[in-house]
Design a protein around this ligand. Structure first.
Ligand SMILES: Cc1ncc(COP(=O)(O)O)c(C=O)c1O
Length: 417
């Protein structure tokens, strides 16, 4: 593919150069239609049985994106009281929020339980130790437990969240202790959940983990819900025609696994999934400006304002983000490619967006358009080097442009002193 942004009309007829001049760079640009399309896809993963998709908001907590999830009828996962608060502010009722933290304080557990009028926000406990704490402070309450299904997968070892090398979940051999703690504190284990990792394109490990979780689920009586986690990947190498997560064949493969469980269990509980990346990643690009070019010991460097403070994934995980070059608002054709190392403006040698990447020649003043930045982009931003966080704008379904978060200012950075 020569250009993703052109192929999907990402800017909705707006000139990216004008957007960059008006809102400044670096700039997160979202596309409402693309995000809605992905949210609808995850909402349709299971149709035969009761099912809800929970958008895992750690991927992107912008309140305007949360409102899209609200409108699309999907529920949400929160990892912290801060994320619960964001969701309540976006208009989510407590029963549409699932709290899946790890290693939290009594105050945080109480915070979730005290929201709303009835049971509060349901929490999943990620260890026997946290289940014990929960029982002590909230006896008689309803909760869930996070199980490690023994299978992990993901785009990098740091995002594998199940299997033998992870801090997450309760291992199968400890399940009897869940029942003992629940009995001691009169807790109702209403649900079980898992999350095997993030960014896989092959559904096989996930399907295996689903089977494992359902085998384990048979040991729990009266489950109201079973949550299979998220993790569906997106094609970060789309300019090289990488295939998408095979959603349709995945759905077909999932159904008989669920059928067998429902038959044995005697009824269908509510099934859930909790994808984050899949919902939002492809719905955003970052526009950055080229401010310098240089040759250092045979390496061609292109210096931009997209530092690791704006997007940390490449320096943190070595992640790949496709790059398109824009000149005077148009995509520069991908021909006469030369290897370049594109860097940010942060004082760290690791502040690199890509090394020795074959890209069209770049000049000062060009725009770099970094693709697939909607997940774990802004939500992992920092103000490192005392650089204010960027603005976020959304191309709305009618082709309009909405500022959905203003750029931080240096005054904002000074506010806490
Ligand atoms: C418990 C839990 N749920 C959901 C997610 C979202 O994963 P993803 O964005 O890959 O779908 C994560 C990510 O690590 C997670 O740990």
């Amino acid at each position: 593919m020569n250009s993703y942004v052109n192929s999907v009309n990402f800017f909705g007829g707006n000139n990216p150069e004008e957007l960059a001049e008006k809102y400044g760079t670096p700039l997160y640009v979202y596309n409402e239609d693309i995000i809605r399309k992905h949210m609808r896809a995850v909402a349709g993963v299971i149709s035969k049985y009761p099912y809800t998709a929970n958008y895992s908001i750690k991927a992107n907590t912008n309140i305007h994106i949360l409102k899209l999830a609200l409108e699309e009828g999907i529920n949400c996962d929160a990892m912290s009281p801060g994320e619960i608060t964001m969701l309540l502010k976006a208009g989510f009722p407590t029963e549409r929020i699932f709290f899946v933290p790890n290693n939290v304080s009594e105050e945080e557990l109480e915070f979730a339980a005290k929201q709303g009028v009835n049971t509060g926000v349901i929490t999943s406990l990620d260890s026997l130790s946290q289940l014990e704490t929960f029982g002590k402070i909230l006896p008689g309450h309803k909760c869930a437990v996070r199980i490690n299904p023994g299978v992990g997968a993901g785009h990098h070892e740091k995002v594998v969240t199940a299997g033998k090398k992870t801090k997450f979940g309760i291992q199968e051999s400890d399940i009897d202790q869940i029942f003992e703690i629940a009995k001691k504190y009169d807790l109702t284990i209403a649900g079980i959940n898992q999350h095997i990792g993030s960014g896989f394109l092959d559904p096989e490990p996930y399907l295996k983990a689903v089977s494992n979780l359902l085998r384990i689920a048979r040991r729990f009586e009266n489950l109201e819900f079973i949550d299979f986690g998220g993790g569906y990947g997106i094609p970060y190498h789309k300019l090289n025609d990488e295939a998408e997560f095979p959603m349709e064949s995945f759905k077909v493969a999932l159904e008989p696994i669920l059928d067998e469980f429902v038959k044995d269990y005697g009824r269908a509980p509510l099934f859930k999934s909790e994808p984050g990346r899949y919902c939002v990643a492809e719905g955003s690009v970052i526009l950055g400006r080229v401010y310098a070019t240089k040759e250092n010991s045979g390496v061609s460097y292109v210096g931009t304002d997209i530092g690791m403070n704006v997007l940390v994934r490449p320096s943190m995980y070595g992640s790949w983000h496709d790059i398109e070059v824009l000149r005077n608002g148009s995509v520069v054709e991908r021909k006469d490619l030369k290897p370049v190392t594109v860097t940010g403006n942060i004082c760290e040698s690791g502040d690199i967006l890509c090394a020795d990447r074959e890209l069209p020649e770049m000049q000062k003043g060009d725009l770099v358009c970094l693709l697939d930045a909607g997940a774990y982009g802004y939500s992992m931003c920092s103000s490192y080097n005392s650089r204010p966080r960027p603005a976020e704008i959304m191309i709305t379904s009618d082709g309009g442009v909405k500022l959905i978060r203003r750029r931080e200012t240096i005054e904002d950075l000074m506010r806490l002193f």
